[in-house]
Design a binder for this molecule. Sequence first.
Ligand SMILES: Nc1ncnc2c1ncn2[C@@H]1O[C@H](COP(=O)(O)OP(=O)(O)OP(=O)(O)O)[C@@H](O)[C@H]1O
Length: 272
Amino acid sequence: MASVASRCGVGMSEQGRGLPPLLRLDGVGARVGDRTLFEGLSFSVEAGVAWAVVGPNGVGKTTLMRAIAGVRAADEGQVWLGDRELSEYTRREIARGVAVVPQSSSPVFEFSALEFVLMGLHASRPRFSLPSSADRQRALDALARLEVDALANRPVSSLSGGERQRVVMARALVADAPLWLLDEPTANLDLRHQLRLLEVMRQHVDQGGAAVAVLHDLNLVHRTFDRVLLLASGRALGWGPPDEVLNEEDVSEAFGLPMRRVQVEGRQVWLA
Ligand SMILES: Nc1ncnc2c1ncn2[C@@H]1O[C@H](COP(=O)(O)OP(=O)(O)OP(=O)(O)O)[C@@H](O)[C@H]1O
């Protein structure tokens, strides 16, 4: 899999020490008004690693994702893609290296699901070029992996919330970007489709990509993710392996609710 920097069309320095991480946060912080959401976030997202971001509503998870995607600049610190700071890339370059599944997306125009997925290819194709038959097949394959290929010709606006979510994920899939940013990708999905979507994400990561995903289900974090960032009001309580970061004391503090972690058939399960 190509690195973020090479996919973005930007040269990368060879230092003989391997490639830089796909994404690096260096002292990143964000505020809304005079309220600090988080500060001092410093960690790297390496190829082959899936990160989850968890925390209660309104704590700043989407704000963090927007800062990583270059949609909203961080209020402090730096975000690096490959060996360059985010602000040095054009939007088109970022789109080649980073595929985004936003928390909600409501297309304004009447695109079919297939047309919507083909938009994922725009950043890597010459401007104003029409999709080739190979592109269309690739988009159909992506829809099939998310089990929504039968909906290819339906207007996106007519799809259910869960169907639309899987179409949006298919658009990320065709973009072939090394880094995926997924904001609550499993919202609206039944359990089987939640697991299917995370399996597709996991395959991407295991093939040398990386992902950062906002999730609310802590059980899925233990099951699928290598690292987790736990946000509480105004600060990060920890980041690292899920079994360490998601301990009863910190999770209970973050969510303001006594929470217990038990093992069932070798799996970590959270009880409120
Ligand atoms: N443009 C804005 N103006 C004012 N406040 C904002 C703005 N954008 C976000 N906020 C506030 O910043 C806080 C963090 O929002 P954010 O969407 O990042 O939370 P979140 O952790 O993703 O929440 P959720 O789990 O509910 O999706 C919230 O209190 C939100 O109301």
